[in-house]
Design a protein around this ligand. Structure first.
Ligand code: FAD
Ligand code: ZN
Length: 229
């Protein structure tokens, strides 16, 4: 109770399973007394491109554009574009970030990757050597909740797509852990399009059930071994 959750949600269709999973989280966490904010990226028409437009006013180096440097300097001056300031505020206030999305090409949809690229600015989320356990977003939790086209069997070590953990490495370790965020076990709904209506209802129930005891969970041991051992 009293905890703050930010759901970063990427699906075009409210009636999709991702839409339903998002609604289940809003409802269940709300029931617990958490305050829940949703960044509905497609509905917001969130800009995924990291460009000059993210910096308001003058550039640090107008001769040669370097996005990382310019974003860092603009963050310091309070000169990032309004949409970024808004998202950073939501992240700053949140105890838990839930990413809800369909798997696209072994990764997150471009609009969500754009959110990562643009929101997690140096100086806000990390500042080398303040990364991993000393990343600037420490004391926060993240959870990747996603759906796939492929089946669970395909996403095993011996399966044709390989262990699903290989896919989680860039997102969980390379992004969230890098920024100091602790990672809860992922929540994966395999192949919702190819199972029965009944099975899909069951998937939503399992998610709601997990959320009831979410705050008792320990983060995973997010190290190379978790992914590749
Ligand atoms: P939906 O089609 O929305 O959901 C399935 C069904 O659930 C729908 O009929 C919907 O009506 C129903 N439903 C919604 N709510 C409820 C409810 N409350 N109760 C019961 N039923 C409900 N897959 C991979 O495995 N690997 C990849 O690399 C990959 N790359 C992709 C790249 C692209 C560009 C695209 C477009 C797809 C890719 N996919 C991949 C497939 C993709 O991951 C799946 O299509 C997606 O995860 C399915 O989720 P959804 O929410 O879109 O499903
Ligand atoms: Zn890690």
């Amino acid at each position: 109770a009293g905890r703050k959750v930010l759901i970063i949600y990427a699906h075009q269709e409210p009636k999709s399973l991702n839409g339903s999973l998002k609604n289940v989280a809003v409802e269940e966490l709300g029931k617990q007394g958490c305050s829940v904010t949703v960044s509905d990226l497609y509905a917001m028409q969130f800009e995924p491109r990291a460009t000059r437009n993210d910096i308001v006013g003058c550039l640090h180096n107008s001769e040669e554009f370097n996005y990382g440097v310019e974003a860092r300097e603009a963050y310091k001056r309070g000169d990032l574009s309004d949409d970024l300031i808004e998202e950073q505020k939501k992240v700053q206030e949140a105890d838990l970030l839930i990413f809800q999305f369909p798997l696209y090409w072994f990764s997150m949809p471009a609009i969500m990757k754009g959110w990562m690229d643009r929101v997690l600015v140096e100086g806000f989320a990390h500042k080398f050597p303040d990364c991993y356990s000393s990343g600037l977003l420490k004391n926060k939790l993240a959870l990747f909740s996603f759906t796939t086209g492929g089946s669970k069997e395909m996403y095993t070590k011996g399966g044709i797509s390989g262990d699903i953990r290989y896919i989680l490495w860039p997102m969980q370790h390379g992004i969230m852990h890098y920024c100091g965020v602790k990672v809860l076990a992922p929540h994966i709904c395999f192949a919702p399009e190819y199972v029965s209506e009944e099975n899909r209802k069951e998937m939503l129930l399992v998610w709601a059930q997990r959320l009831k005891t979410l705050w008792k969970e320990e983060p995973i041991n997010c190290s190379p071994e978790w992914y590749f051992k």
